[in-house]
Write a protein that binds this ligand. Structure first.
Ligand code: COA
Length: 315
């Protein structure tokens, strides 16, 4: 036996809110269309804040809540596809801004909207070999910089935020048994990069991605429960990637998850990609709805196409 548990969570979102009403002044859309199709009412957009600012604030809050000092951190992974720089990595800037030791293993990881799950699994493996047993796992995105304002199908969906978890590795803990995968595809959903002459932009074919998501989510739940030898009743809380309220509602109905065991903040945040799962976890911890001993099932899906799930416990 060996694995990680969450010791503390933190999150940060820039104060500027873009409402559905604000968007109607930019593209041909309506509050009614956005609300009924996605469940989104507002999203946070950075104005003067940087990606590094969001990571720093989320990380400091997570360390404080965990009661862990920066010197105790052995590794820091930032799951992101929108860092301030392609190099230095966002994780190197966290090392500087939070004061992590110079020998902390710091790097970024791109698993798109499933990134936080890829990072948790990677951290579990890394800490097993680390002399310091605490790790910092951050999901952070500044997607507002890559919005295609000519595309009303995507420009209403995305927002900026960061969420952070301090985790501890121990031989006494069970593994999170993360289930991760991808189906390589460059057409359905993504953000363009060096292979394109124009500046990076988000692109998505909404309907096939929706179909992929509603298939991937229950498949991930079934697989991760089987892998852990658990049932739906053993789970204290379900945390879904917040891409569309309808995708979450379908899963909730399928598994008959009671209202007190799941949470949506998509109405206020929109889709914040790798930041969405840790932001939800941090809000839940802040509200006292998850805490010491809670067993939480995390499910994510997104560009890649990637998917991931894990069963994590709070210390
Ligand atoms: N406002 C008003 N109308 C809009 C609109 C907007 N913001 N965006 C699209 N439309 C229109 C389309 O132009 C289309 O009109 P038409 O029928 O006259 O051509 C109509 O609405 C339906 O478009 P469609 O793209 O089929 O809508 P949809 O019901 O599939 O909803 C999404 C669009 C994006 C909300 C939905 O497909 C979705 O949530 N997909 C999955 C997203 C996801 O999970 N992404 C992330 C993974 S990390």
């Amino acid at each position: 036996m060996s694995g990680i548990k969450i010791c503390g969570m933190g999150h940060y979102a820039p104060p500027k809110l873009m409402t559905n009403e604000d968007l109607t002044k930019i593209v041909d859309t309506s509050d009614e269309w956005i609300t009924t199709r996605t469940g989104i009412k507002t999203r946070h957009h950075c104005v003067e804040e940087t990606h590094a600012d969001m990571c720093r604030e989320a990380a400091r809050m997570a360390l404080k809540n965990a009661g862990v000092a920066p010197e105790e951190i052995g590794a820091c992974i930032v799951a992101t596809l929108t860092p301030d720089y392609l190099a230095p990595s966002a994780a190197c800037l966290v090392q500087r801004d939070v004061g992590l030791p110079n020998d902390t293993v710091c790097f970024d990881l791109n698993g798109a909207c499933s990134g936080f799950l890829f990072a948790m699994h990677t951290m579990e493996c890394l800490l097993a070999a680390s002399p310091r047993k605490y790790g910092l796992v951050i999901g952070a995105e500044m997607l507002s910089r890559f919005i295609n304002w000519q595309d009303r199908g995507t420009c209403v969906l995305f927002g900026d935020a960061a969420g952070a978890a301090v985790v501890e590795w121990s031989e006494e803990y069970e593994s999170i048994h993360a289930l991760l995968g991808c189906h390589g595809d460059s057409d359905m959903l993504g953000v363009t990069g060096a292979g394109h002459a124009d500046p990076p932009q988000i692109f998505m074919h909404g309907q096939p991605v929706f179909k992929f998501a509603v298939t991937a989510v229950p498949w991930c739940i079934d697989q991760v429960l089987a892998r852990n030898g658990r049932t739906v009743d053993d789970v204290d809380f379900f945390v879904f990637h917040q891409a569309n309220a309808r995708i979450i509602d379908l899963a909730v109905r399928k598994y008959r998850i009671p209202e007190e065991k799941y949470y949506k903040n998509i109405e206020r945040y929109g889709n914040t990609s790798a930041a969405s799962i840790p932001t939800v976890l941090s809000e839940l911890a802040q509200q006292g709805r998850v805490g010491s001993g809670s067993r939480v099932l995390l499910v994510g899906f997104g560009g890649g196409l990637t998917w991931g799930a894990a069963l994590v416990e709070f210390k």
